[in-house]
Design a protein around this ligand. Sequence first.
Ligand code: HEM
Length: 401
Amino acid sequence: MTLDTPDLELRSVLPSIIGSGFDDPYPMYDYLRANCPVHRDASGVWLLSSHALITRMLDNRNFSARPPTMDLAADDPLGYANMIVFQHADQHDRLRHLLAPLFSRKSLATLQDFIDAEIARLLEPLQDAARFDLVAEVASVLPLRTICHLLGFPVSNAANYLQASMGAWQLISGAPLSAGQRAHAVAQTQTFLDHIDSLIRTIDPARSPEHPVAWFLRLEKEGEFTRHEMLVNILFLFIAGYGTTLLSIGNSVAAALRQPRAWRALRDDPGLIPQAVRELYRYDPAVQAIFRYAWQDTEFDGHLIRRGELVALLLGAANRDPDEFDSPDEIDFARTQGRSLTFGAGPHSCMGVALARMQLESLLRALLHRLPDLQLGAAEPRRLQRGTFHGFDQLWLERPS
Ligand code: HEM
């Protein structure tokens, strides 16, 4: 792709952003933001790339993650439309309220010891390793086991759940799928939903009132939640909970190590870690775009977006918008201004932000403490771009011999 002379009238840039993608989408975002911050892509999808416009759309109730009309049997055989993220207006507010206790300060506080123990267990064998792949050894294990713990799934079975949830991941990623791939992903996801259902049936809320699922079962009994709503939302929490955090770990550690000055600053002053984590996930977010459909014809920044049309909100572009952040392409742990859109904004902003931050902060603290001389490996890290998800497939780190 030539970025110097983008002939945007003629060709779609969407596949570069949500297809197999490219390593560095930021030059394309800069071009879009500077020249056409509301752009109708040749594919027909609208692309928003400015921070102010994305924030404005996320607060506009004329837009929803779910299309205004759907043939549920054909387009949504699994009932994904019942997931919180695809719900709209009052139904969304209701689900958000029902799920909130899972993310209360009290509920998350009980996870800190689990997270610290997991990190210690994962880093122990790496203390003496000359090189290791952070993705395989840590990032693909910690968030997965943490989300199992949060939901009350047997942590010992985490690796099987990872495999079983692959179809659900594909379906939610926005990546283009062939009919055969879609059918396979749907069948795999249905099997996983059936498994979650059988797991739930083993929980007795009277005997285990503190079990996370006991809360859902009480809601079901009181008529607040149907069984299907419960199942697809547990599935959503599961995939939202581990995949994004997995990718964020790689993106954050790679960004910090690419700038040895930044890594040294953290090593010298671990008190910087909370703000460093915020800055690192701004710099290279795991979710590069989210989507909204217009539910009615809407005048938006001088453009008419018609009912049913799809808009891609480029969060990665918003996070590098110079109108929001000074010197946005630099990592600056002292940055105080600007609001990162890594976790979305508005009514659908991420419910798991505190949980993700806990894992990122604890891991960074442990890495700096146990492996302070860590550096990026000589091999070029392998980028992963699956739909709107952006991270590393492999990230080799080394210790000087
Ligand atoms: C670094 C990791 C994470 C990132 C980058 C991330 C990103 C996002 C984004 C961008 C959204 C907005 C989606 C939209 O508006 O269409 C979102 C929503 C959501 N996230 Fe996260 N997330 C992360 C971790 C988590 C975790 C650990 C959980 C916990 C299970 C979680 C649960 C949710 C939920 C429930 C929503 C839907 C909220 C709603 O629709 O009201 N996320 N996340």
